[in-house]
Design a protein around this ligand. Sequence first.
Ligand SMILES: [Zn+2]
Length: 284
Amino acid sequence: MVDHFISTVTPPSVLQEAAFWFIFQGFRLLVQIDGAETIVPRLEDPSGLDIDVRRRQYLGILNLPSGPVHCFSTEVSKTQTIPKGFAFLSLRRLFSRLDDTMLALAGRAVQIVEWDRTHQFCGRCGIPVQDMPFERAKKCPQCGLTSYPRLAPAIIVSVERTTASGRKLLLAHNLRHPAGFYSVLAGFVEPGETLEECVRREIREEVGIEVKNICYFGSQPWPFPNSLMIAFTSEYASGEITLEEDELDDASWFAADALPPVPPPISIARQLIDHFVQKNSNRC
Ligand SMILES: [Zn+2]
């Protein structure tokens, strides 16, 4: 999503001009509110805003038409006062307010801030670790254990079938989602499992059916808190819908012209649903 961003851990020795600062309080990002515009602040240093940072991470260089801009992330305490004209907003609230590039960088930044905060000590022997100079990693000076930012891969999958009344898409209502809101199925990959095995297992566990023709569709970083969504399309093979009632309270086959409320366009879940609609809406 951010093709014009160069990720690196080595900051410039001298900062010639203001950088983008992704400043988090928990999982909320500090943004400047300027009328209808929401802006990630460009600063020479957060201390200019009377911001007291805890740790800072250099993210890399964003190449804008106006020139390259360095990017940093950091976090502040819960008691940090908010500068006038600024606000701390959750990434979900920023979906419709920041452009794709800034949203993607904010998602990257929050995961690096969180990893830095929770990996200050060696997981094996408990002593303080050191940042490695040329990669996003931390190494224990005593036992040599190296840790990298953690990602939790998750699959998300559309299932289509041909019925007597046309092509249908499987959508389910998850108990954690608002009433009436449906989506495609998803689940975390288990250790030792291929993505295709995960797709089959999740569909089997959640709705009791078998799928075939599993095809890669795309992927999306999902920083809530550190997932990478890997999307597939698939085709119904056999079985009847049997719900896993701890997670779902409904699942049904929907035609392209009769969909229930579905996730917002930014999510890859919605992109899978839109893909089905585009293929099938003219034939309904
Ligand atoms: Zn160690």
